[in-house]
Write a protein that binds this ligand. Structure first.
Ligand SMILES: [Zn+2]
Length: 115
């Protein structure tokens, strides 16, 4: 049960997860704004600008999908933390090294399984 992580390392990784969560929440607020329906004034906006807005919304939706996926990963990581299973690969059950967790605190798997 997270034997390979010291309590200090676990504290540090909890802080990293909290920070990642706040950062994501901020960026998701921006994406929310960008995803609000664009009011296309047919007379004022030419066809090219309309295509532009629609393309931007498409990109924003892709970004939103990635943000949702990351949010899911962070939330599950916090759950694993609570259950004492954090830092243990969900694929092979092996220990995920502290160095990897520091870079990807939300990762559910070791480097070998993530490939
Ligand atoms: Zn693994």
């Amino acid at each position: 049960m997270m034997k390979h992580l010291t309590p200090y390392q676990i504290d540090q990784l909890t802080d990293e997860l909290d920070a990642a969560l706040s950062k994501l929440e901020r960026s998701m607020r921006v994406t929310d704004d960008a995803l609000r329906p664009v009011h296309l004034d047919q007379s004022a906006v030419g066809r090219l600008s309309r295509i532009d807005s629609l393309q931007n919304q498409g990109l924003t939706r892709n970004l939103r999908d990635r943000e949702q996926a990351k949010l899911g990963q962070i939330v599950s990581a916090l759950e694993r933390m609570e259950k004492g299973r954090y830092g243990i690969c969900i694929e092979c059950g092996g220990d995920i090294p502290f160095e990897r967790l520091l870079v990807f605190p939300e990762t559910p798997s070791c480097a070998a399984c993530a490939l």
